[in-house]
Write a protein that binds this ligand. Structure first.
Ligand SMILES: C[S@@+](CC[C@H](N)C(=O)[O-])C[C@H]1O[C@@H](n2cnc3c(N)ncnc32)[C@H](O)[C@@H]1O
Length: 324
């Protein structure tokens, strides 16, 4: 594909300098098409990470709810959602964005990929939809986020993915605290208590994870050029996410004792690792020694361990662990 590199670069600069929220930047079809096969693909890989986690937890979309992709851009979130759960398209898809050009593009893309799905534009008047939010927080003012929370309160389930930056994560945590009165947190939280990162001492920490890009980003010339032109390290896909549901999660009864969510990157030292783990008691730094489980330590070294784990502890020392 022929990219319009300069408009993609301009877009990236507005994302980086925080000015993207000021006005509709979707200048036309070329920019949207370029975004869709580049930035949006990277966002799709983050959604795949979330879907894998949800599948592990046994979560499925609430039935017969339309799916609303709010701040849809090119509609990557809803398209990936429908690929993961095709039956979720049965009650139709709604697309909303401040940009009419983006809504038109997304609508065309959804209809081409899912010709049997009914697509309409705008926010549903009836409550009880599945709300998808993807990379919107960095473009919204505080009052706009408050409005968005009101919209979220009308949903049956909310799936929210943001860049894994400290600022986006903090805003997501604030949203979780508001919405937890209405919803059960499904993921990444393993519990319904207040977020442990709000406790004193965690001011510098944030809830984030790392998705794995497909190997093509290293081998495909177009991706290599995209990374070079945009100055993006394609290996790194940090994300923050939040999944909420009005239904009590199936996992609430089935998550075994000792379940933790490992947050952020573990820190590897010679012979041991330090990990930040979240559970109902808060977020705590723990130590895991290589000799406890050399195979697991090697897998950690290669970043091949999942974030949902079951531990036993002796004080701060992890004495056994396995992936769930
Ligand atoms: C970074 S893009 C993300 C697009 C898409 N959700 C994705 O993940 O690729 C942010 C989107 O939010 C939209 N947006 C920004 N402010 C908005 C607002 N106040 N109301 C609705 N959409 C907004 C922008 O037009 C843009 O499409």
């Amino acid at each position: 594909m022929d990219y319009d590199w300069s408009s993609l670069e301009e877009l990236r600069s507005t994302y980086l300098d925080g000015t993207a929220g000021k006005a509709d930047y979707w200048s036309g079809e070329t920019l949207l098409a370029g975004y869709d096969v580049t930035f949006a693909r990277r966002i799709a890989w983050k959604w795949h990470f979330v879907f894998q986690d949800l599948a592990r937890l046994g979560w499925t979309p609430p039935p017969e709810c339309p799916v609303l992709d709010w701040g849809c851009g090119t509609g990557v979130a809803v398209r990936e959602f429908l690929k993961a759960w095709p039956e979720a398209g049965g009650a139709g898809v709604r697309l909303f964005d401040r940009s009419p050009k983006a809504m038109r593009f997304a609508s065309g893309a959804v209809s081409r990929e899912f010709p049997d799905v009914n697509v309409s534009l705008g926010v549903p008047t009836e409550d009880g939809f599945i709300l998808l939010l993807s990379h919107v927080l960095t473009e919204l003012s505080d009052p706009a986020v408050a409005e968005l929370q009101k919209l979220a309160e009308r949903a049956s389930a909310v799936l929210w993915v943001e860049p894994g930056t400290s600022a986006a994560s903090h805003r997501l945590v604030q949203a979780r605290e508001k919405l937890r009165a209405t919803f059960y947190p499904v993921a990444p939280c393993t519990h319904c208590e207040g977020c442990g990162l709000l406790a004193p001492g965690h001011e510098q920490d944030w809830c984030h994870f790392f998705a794995t890009p497909p190997s093509e980003v290293y081998t495909d010339g177009e991706w290599v050029r995209f990374g070079r032109e945009m100055g993006i390290d394609l290996r790194s896909l940090p994300l923050s996410y939040l999944v909420l549901d009005r239904r009590a999660p199936a996992s609430a009864t089935s998550l075994p004792d000792g379940t933790v969510r490992v947050v952020g990157r573990h820190r590897l030292y010679k012979g041991h690792a330090q990990l930040d783990a979240c559970d109902a008691s808060g977020v705590h730094e723990r130590r895991f020694t290589k000799r406890t489980d050399p195979a697991f330590f090697r897998a950690m070294n290669k970043h091949r361990t999942g974030t949902l784990q079951q531990w036993t502890l002796d004080g701060n020392e992890v004495t056994s662990l396995k992936e769930l």
